[in-house]
Each structure stands twice: as structure tokens, then as C-alpha cells.
Design a protein around this ligand. Sequence first.
Ligand code: HEC
Ligand code: HEC
Length: 289
Amino acid sequence: MPTKIEKDSATGRMTTGHEWDGIKELNTPLPKWWLYTFYVCILFAVVYSVLYPSWPSLSGHTGGVLGWTQREELAARLAEEKSRLQPVVAKIEATPIDEIRNSPDLMNYVQAAGRVAFADNCAACHGAGGAGTVGFPTLADDDWIWGGKPDQILQTVMFGIRNTNPESRVSDMPRFGVDQILDAQQIDDVAEHVLSLSGAATDPAAAERGTQLYADNCSVCHGEKGEGIPDMGAPRLNDGIWLYGGDKATVVETITYARRGSMPAWSERLDPATVKILAAYVHALGGGQ
Ligand code: HEC
Ligand code: HEC
């Protein structure tokens, strides 16, 4: 119930003129500093919403008169970063792959950019840091299927392995079992011979019987002593390092069905500088030749 505005004798404050059951309301205004800060905030919000994107609309949001977007800001920063790195990227493009490792500056860049590009594109198959797994070779050791010289690695990465690129590396091990080139007994014998190359044969007599079979059917690709022939993409068999597994059953399976692992041609997906950086990075990972 409204009453007259008067001075409250207990506090010395004015009342608002509101009274309920004899209780009067004191007039306690907001502190000035608070009030003005509040007005400034409102003003700021109005100015901001005129200048910058702010209000949702049916088709998206209001753009603001400045036309500012985060996307453009990102693009500008990326362009700035790119032009900052342009000299070193151009130098990598111009430097033959064999010579990149002679330049500490270029190698610094290769290590940093290569680590990121490897994690993005290669680690899914080859494992973090090129650790490798069954069917996907370790890139951090000095055991190379297709050769570990910088230019060999570059070619492998550029054109890939057993894919549709005309330059792709191809070499198909025959399916000795499926295509009945060898019978089960012969496959068993030659598997024992393969195991004997790294001192892991379980049946020396069978390994002995497999010697001639190996010479006739396998040595063209894998080498007389199982040393591997990079031009054929045929892995070393005498070192106890296995792409698909070195237990008897797995070796028999490999010989019966062949494996024919495949890798994309990275020159179709990445720019030439990145491919080169990746090749140099892989070469430096472990045992580049
Ligand atoms: C889809 C899976 C896959 C991806 C992704 C992949 N690779 Fe491979 N890579 C393979 C397979 C499978 C082989 C082995 C093929 C064979 O049996 O010869 C291989 C082989 C290689 C070899 C040859 C190794 C040797 O011992 O000679 C190199 C080098 C290589 N990859 C580098 C790379 C790089 C660099 C990337 C990233 C740009 C990459 N790979 C991404 C599947 C992949
Ligand atoms: C035309 C060439 C060629 C011939 C001939 C060939 N291989 Fe292979 N072999 C390969 C290639 C290439 C690979 C790589 C694996 C793949 O196919 O991805 C391989 C892989 C293997 C592997 C797997 C090695 C590992 O690290 O896991 C074994 C074992 C093997 N061959 C045994 C044999 C035996 C035994 C013969 C003879 C009966 C033979 N190969 C004949 C090309 C050949």
C-alpha cells in the first residue's frame, strides 16, 4: 500500500513509499560505480553487435559491418606462416633427396614437419614413429624391402606399392599353394628351408629337401641365401625379421597364398615438398642406407 515518502528515523535513509503491514521499504539505490559500469556494458554490447557477427538469424547470423570472420583470420595466419616457411620449403624442393641430410637447417625442418606429416598420414599403418606391425613394415630399422637409400625411399613413398599408379612398385609373389605350383609337402619342405635360413628350422631333413625347391622357385626374388632383393621388393628371409610372421604356420600360409601388401601413391595425395620431407624423415628414422 503506497504511503508517503519519508526519512526513516532508525537508519536515516529515505523510504520508497511502499508499506506492508506496517513494514516500510527503504530506498537503497545501486552504487553509482555499479550502475555506470552496467551502462557501459550495454553500450559495449550494442556497438559490438553492430560491428561484429553476433545475432543468430534464420540463414546463419548477422555479419557485422566490419565483415570480420575467424576463418579469414586463420587463413591470414596460415598464409603468414606459409610465407615464413617458404624459403626453407623451396630449398627442400630444390635440394636432391641425397643431400638434404647434409644440411642441419633442412634436417631440423624435416624432423619437425616430418613428424607431424608422418603422424597424420603414415602412423595409421606403420605405427607411431614407424614401429611397424604385421603386414606393415617397421620403418625405424635398417631392414628394407624396397631399399633404404634416400632415393629408393622417395620412390616408394611417391608412387606406393601395388596400387593403380602407373609408376607404382609391383612385384607379385606367386601363390604357390593356391595356383598349385607346389604341393603341400613341397610347401612344407620349402618353409622349413626358409626357417633354416635364420637358424629357426624345426625339421632339418625337410629343410634339406627344401633347398632345391628354394633355389628353383624362390631365389630369383629372395636371393640365393635369402638376402632379399630390393628391386624385386622381396624381403630378406635370413635375418629373423618378419613382415608377416616367422612361425612355421605363418610361413606356410605366406607361401600358399602370397600376401601382396599395398600402399597408396603419396604423390597423388600430398604436395611434392611434403612427400620429400616424409622420405627424408623416414630415412632418418632409423637405419637409412
Ligand atoms: C594403408 C596403409 C599404409 C599407409 C597409410 C602407409 N603405408 Fe607405407 N607401406 C604399407 C605397406 C603394406 C607396405 C609394404 C608393402 C610390401 O609388402 O612391400 C609399406 C611400405 C612402405 C615403405 C617401404 C619399406 C621398405 O622396407 O622398403 C616405406 C618407405 C613406406 N611404406 C613409407 C610410408 C610413408 C612415408 C607413409 C605416409 C606418407 C606410408 N608409408 C603410409 C602401407 C601403408
Ligand atoms: C616374384 C618374386 C617372388 C618369388 C618368386 C617369391 N617371393 Fe616370397 N615374397 C615376394 C614379395 C614381393 C614379398 C613381400 C610380401 C608381399 O607380398 O607383400 C614376399 C614375401 C615372402 C615371405 C614373407 C616374409 C616376411 O617377412 O614375412 C616369405 C616367407 C616368402 N616370401 C617366401 C617365399 C618362398 C618360400 C618362395 C618360393 C617358394 C618365394 N617367397 C618366392 C616375392 C617373391
